[in-house]
Design a protein around this ligand. Structure first.
Ligand SMILES: Cc1ncc(COP(=O)(O)O)c(C=O)c1O
Length: 394
């Protein structure tokens, strides 16, 4: 079957989720219909909403179902931008974010710049991927009246670095600016408490936690106003129209519940595996650099993501060579027409173009075992030598 160490891209469905979803697919009736079929379908959706809210310390009305993290990010960014500028056209054109964000955040912002008069202010990060609260405070002190929103991810999906989201929310609140966070890589890998976070909006997705692809949610705090980006019905408090999906919502809810319940045990297991990877790589390839390696695992970096730079080789080559040995890992870069491109995240953290093209991410999930790590470590030295010999294509 091979060795799967790319859980941050997507992780296998939990068997309990498959069982529930299969059963829920037979739910008959449109959840918006008033007859009893409709009411039963609605009950399934509302129970799912309640379960997600309870797992994330939110109110049930704060859970807006979406088709995943990308839609949740788009809805948060475009919806907040629109509502913050409603009535006084583009009086608040500034969107604050960081260059280390996922494309699901960066591209909606770019779209607002190209089409809705937005101005983007990207915060610098240090070599560990942390923004500076002082820089943010100084910027807000001078520009808060013109800021529509801040969007900063809770955990970076390439490096696993945790951003201090509650501190960012507290700071932004002083300036009356709403904060959205993409918590896709955080959920199930560190404690996520929506109420305590102080966030206006938070994106989650199912397929990173053992739920189905195509099921996610945007949590929107009760005091936050957010315009819809789709139009066509009053579903989801008017923020996200479309027929409700009982099977998908209940599957997402079970994945969220299970991921949150399993977190304490998983953290312990991932920590062990994380150590095994880090120590094994240090001994097999001593020149490898552990990205954000000075940060404390668990409190500053999630334990399920380990990102390395393997100097002198293309991350793409290493990935393909490991794949040929049956080991699936990932790198942050997109490979376009055989030309290696660098990870935009590592570039934003201050790494050179070369280093940012030489990264490989190992990511763990609920099915990971010691033998997965051992298979990776077994093939790594030879794959690295061959990848170095192949050189770079750009
Ligand atoms: C941090 C982050 N945000 C958003 C997404 C997009 O989520 P989805 O695949 O559910 O659209 C991903 C998935 O790769 C991600 O890692």
């Amino acid at each position: 079957m091979g060795t799967y160490l790319d859980h941050a891209a997507t992780t296998p469905l939990r068997p309990s989720v498959v069982a529930l979803m299969t059963q829920s697919l037979l739910t008959q009736g449109n959840a918006s219909s008033v007859h009893s079929f409709g009411q039963r379908a609605r009950q399934v959706v509302e129970q799912a909403r309640e379960d997600i809210a309870a797992s994330l310390t939110a109110d049930r009305n704060e859970v807006i179902f979406t088709s995943g993290g990308t839609e949740a990010d788009n809805l948060a960014i475009q919806g907040l931008y629109s509502s913050r500028n409603r009535g006084d056209e583009f009086k608040r054109p500034i969107v604050i974010s960081a260059a280390t964000e996922h494309h699901a955040v960066l591209e909606p912002i770019e779209w607002l710049v190209a089409n809705r008069g937005a101005q983007v202010h990207l915060l610098q990060t240090d070599i560990n991927g942390h923004i500076s609260l002082t820089e943010l405070e100084q910027f807000l002190a001078q520009n808060a009246a013109e800021v529509a929103l801040i969007s900063l991810m809770w955990v970076n999906n390439e490096t696993g670095v945790i951003q201090d989201i509650p501190a960012i929310s507290r700071l932004a609140e002083r300036f009356d600016v709403p904060v959205h966070s993409d918590a896709v890589a955080a959920l199930g890998h560190m404690p996520v408490d929506f109420a305590a976070s102080g966030l206006a909006a938070m994106s989650i997705t199912g397929h990173k936690i053992g739920g189905p692809v195509g099921q996610g949610a945007l949590l929107v705090s009760r005091k936050t106003k957010l315009d819809p980006i789709f139009h066509g019905g009053g579903h989801e408090r008017g923020m996200r129209p479309g027929t409700l999906d009982p099977a998908g919502s209940s599957a997402l809810a079970l994945a969220v519940k299970s991921a949150v319940a399993d977190l304490p045990a998983e953290v312990g297991a991932w920590l062990e595996l994380n150590r095994r990877v880090v120590e094994g790589v240090a001994s097999a390839v001593p020149e490898a650099i552990l990205v954000a390696g000075e940060l404390e695992v668990v409190s500053e970096r999630v334990p399920n993501i380990v990102d390395f730079i393997f100097p002198g080789c293309s991350g793409d080559s290493l990935l393909f060579l490991l794949d040929a040995c049956g080991v699936a890992v990932s790198n942050g870069s997109a490979c376009t027409a055989g030309v290696t491109s660098a990870s935009h995240v590592l570039l934003a953290m201050g790494y050179s173009q070369r280093d940012a093209s030489s990264c490989v991410r190992v990511s763990l999930g609920h099915t990971s075992t010691e033998s997965d790590i051992d298979a990776f470590l077994q093939y790594l030295p030879e794959a690295y030598e061959r990848a170095k010999a192949a050189g770079f294509t750009s």
